[in-house]
Design a protein around this ligand. Structure first.
Ligand code: G4P
Length: 524
């Protein structure tokens, strides 16, 4: 392997930003893109928040989502690193794709609104990152506003999320009295100066120099020293190993809108995270320096251009080098495919990619060839990457074709869209009713629209009250007594799943059946 190739491999960082809507993910993304100089003006990314969608019109949704879709992956170059940010859609677009995206990244940045603390969507996304054991760095945002006490926020991280925390930076005041942050590693205060660029002043945490006094309000210095001492004495010890395994999250404070603390955070991020990590496959671990090309499809975006009804399969490159025009094999079918057209996504533009390395994400034109989780390999290879985990839906609908005579089209559309990962499908064991499961409402809307547009089938939906799905081991099924509040269904592969009406019913079931281990995420 040439030095140049090795550098391409080790200089990559592929991550997602996870947060609850409105915590500041878009604003932070914008500031990161500005760091890399790859966005014309801040605000480009923001345009995606274009209000409400017409619920029944998928093309309209697509049109409105234009920028959000094309900015699914953003790549930029910064301080010797090729950085890939993979977008996780906000609440309106929240779907299983959001979860699956997290299987394609090597680390995550968790943005928390300092005025609100940990919120629901953050918890869901965090759990998926945690399961994968990837490094998670935390950026506590909106320090320019009056928010929760920093110690309270750290406690929340530890208690609600169950991960150790280590504040790398520490805020000096907040809101109107926000003065800056102290970097415990660099032993410097980053002074907040409103619209002006930050200024850095040395401070060992105890001895207050004239320079420090010049920039930081005297009344803030003593509490700062006390808090720093408390962190040293009572806080967690820093461990690179724990960060690497996702057991400890380094925490940073700042204000994305004021572009304060963003650059120092990102510099630390690059140091604390690793190059793309190996993936398990049927042929063992595939490292990034494995000489042959390989990758897997984690997301399929349909109808990006309604005029052409095209689909884009998002592929995470895992080893080797992608070159446009290369011939690869789809492991599931053994079919050979020439990868002629491929795209990479940069802010609002689509760009053609000629080459890509492990860690990169490329979009492949798809005429119905790919399925979620597919492995693509080069040069006579034949392995498959581990299947992607399945995530439990929270919304359920019974579904059937309005016109029973259309059942062939219904079955065909159902099979194809479900394989593509648009929604999850369950059947009831005796009557064979179709039940669709989704994590976001949008998945149903898109499904309904596509069944009509692509298969000519009108659907009739009956919403269900159930909201929790858990996989149950096959050998425990006969011990279960079901009623209207707990129903037994099967997923597409015939794995038994229990649908519970709500968390109360679920907990009651667990109390009565402590020996049955229910699974929230099915990993094959
Ligand atoms: P999201 O992608 O996580 O949903 O959040 P986004 O960046 O869109 O930010 C949500 C709101 O929070 C926006 O205000 C944004 O300006 C604001 N915001 C982001 N970072 C900070 C920060 O550091 N401090 C403060 N005070 N506000 C911040 P908005 O009113 O919804 O939109 P806009 O009118 O400002 O565009």
């Amino acid at each position: 392997m040439t030095n140049e190739h090795m550098h391409e491999l080790t200089s990559r960082r592929t991550f997602a930003i996870i947060s609850h809507p409105d915590a500041g993910k878009t604003t932070l993304t914008e500031k990161l893109l500005l760091l890399g100089g790859s966005i014309r003006s801040a605000g480009t990314v923001k345009a995606k928040k274009s209000g409400k969608y017409a619920t029944s019109d998928w093309m309209e949704i697509e049109k409105q989502r234009g920028i959000s879709v094309t900015s699914s992956v953003m790549q930029f170059f910064y301080r010797g690193h090729h950085v890939n940010i993979v977008d996780t859609p906000g609440h309106q677009d929240f779907s299983e794709d959001t979860y699956r995206t997290l299987t394609a990244v090597d680390s995550a940045v968790m943005v928390i609104d300092g005025t609100k603390g940990i919120e629901a969507q953050t918890i869901k996304l965090f759990k998926v990152c945690r399961m994968r054991g990837i490094p998670i760095l935390t950026f506590i945002n909106k320090l320019d506003r009056e928010g929760k006490e920093p110690l309270e926020l750290l406690e929340e991280i530890e208690e609600v999320l169950g991960i150790e925390s280590y504040p790398v930076t520490w805020p000096i005041g907040m809101g109107k009295r926000f003065q800056g942050t102290y970097d415990r590693f660099a032993k410097k205060i980053e002074v907040y100066r409103g619209n002006e660029e930050s200024l850095f002043v040395d401070f060992d945490g105890e001895n207050i120099s004239d320079e420090v006094r010049q920039y930081v309000d005297a009344s803030m210095l003593e509490p700062l020293s006390d808090e720093l001492m408390l962190l040293e004495e009572a806080g967690n010890e820093f461990s690179v190993e724990k960060v690497k395994n996702g057991e400890l999250t380094p925490v940073f404070f700042g204000s994305a809108i004021a572009n304060f603390g963003v650059q120092s955070f990102f510099n630390s991020f690059l140091q604390l995270t690793q190059p793309p990590q190996p993936r398990m496959s049927s042929a063992g671990k595939i490292d990034i320096d494995y000489p042959h090309f390989s990758g897997f499809v984690f997301k399929i975006q349909a109808n990006m251009n309604p005029a052409h009804r095209d689909r884009i399969a998002f592929l995470r490159v895992c080893s080797g080098k992608f070159e446009r025009g290369m011939t690869v094999t789809l492991s599931r079918t053994g079919r050979k495919i020439k990868l002629g057209q491929s795209q990479q996504f940069l802010a609002a533009d689509r760009e053609t990619v000629d080459e890509a390395y492990p860690g990169d994400i490329i979009g492949l034109y798809d005429a119905g060839t790919y399925q979620i989780g597919d492995t693509i390999v080069g040069d006579g290879q034949a392995f498959q990457f581990e299947a992607l985990p399945k995530f439990p839906p929270e919304l359920f609908m019974k579904v059937r074709a309005k016109n029973a005579l259309k059942h062939k089209h219904f079955d065909k559309g159902m099979t194809q869209l479900v394989q593509e990962g648009a929604v999850q499908l369950y059947r009831t064991p005796f009557f064979g009713d179709y039940i669709l499961g989704a994590v976001g409402e949008l998945q149903f809307q898109v499904f309904e629209y596509r069944m009509k547009a692509e298969y000519g089938v009108d659907l009739e939906f009956t919403p269900m009250r159930h909201s929790i799905a858990k996989w149950i081991p096959k050998d425990k099924v006969e011990k279960v007594s079901t009623d209207s509040r707990i129903i037994l269904v099967e997923d597409l592969e015939g794995n038994p799943v229990l649908l519970f009406e709500n968390d109360f019913v679920h907990r009651l079931f667990q109390d009565k059946n402590p020996d049955i281990k229910l699974m929230s995420i099915l990993e094959s």
